[in-house]
Design a protein around this ligand. Structure first.
Ligand code: SF4
Ligand code: SF4
Length: 170
């Protein structure tokens, strides 16, 4: 009996998602639908979503096998835009958890190469070439994409209040 009720609930949710997508003009494996979803993604091809790139993630979203909250570079704005387009509901489509930290640049050490600006998907870094750069804390999603590209290792992720980068004591 419980199993039957669970199946009915799952079926109702699946039908609801399909109806929402149909009303948005999206159908499984539809090329234009994939393109519309892909256009919302930051195109960093970083793989943090669990797929080999933004387009494979877009395909999985259209097929309903991925959640809209799997793109750390895009952050909450992308998750919300995807949810709006897909008409998604349910736990896997909740907005992502807030970032655990924000990037901070050690400005005296920065050589102004601008590599970090090029990879930041949300334009959270400012600075002119040959001058030190700065992270706009309010815009940073904590995706960490800027950290490995810095040739002088002057970018770190500082924890936000309420988060810790240290492992919990056993
Ligand atoms: S962690 Fe770096 S790349 Fe990611 S949003 Fe913040 S400044 Fe941009
Ligand atoms: S990548 Fe590093 S050195 Fe280059 S501009 Fe950004 S913070 Fe400065």
């Amino acid at each position: 009996m419980v199993l039957g009720a669970g199946l009915l609930t799952a079926l109702a949710m699946a039908i609801g998602i399909l109806l929402a997508r149909a009303s948005a003009g999206l159908q499984a494996n539809d090329e234009s639908g994939i393109e519309r979803i892909n256009a919302l993604l930051p195109q960093t091809q970083c793989g943090q979503c669990g797929y080999p790139g933004c387009r494979p993630y877009a395909e999985a979203l259209l097929q309903g096998t991925a959640g809209t909250d799997q793109c750390p570079p895009g952050g909450e704005a992308t998750a919300r835009a995807l949810a709006r387009l897909l008409g998604s509901r349910g736990p896997q489509h909740m907005p992502p958890a807030p970032a655990a930290g924000i990037a901070v640049i050690d400005e005296p050490a920065c050589i102004g190469c601008a590599r970090c600006i090029e990879v930041c998907p949300v334009d959270a870094i400012i600075g002119a070439a040959q001058f030190s750069h700065t992270v706009i804390a309010a815009d940073c999603t904590g995706c960490e994409l800027c950290i490995p590209v810095c040739p002088v290792d002057c970018i770190r992720l500082d924890p936000l209040p309420g988060h810790s980068t240290q492992p919990s004591p056993a």
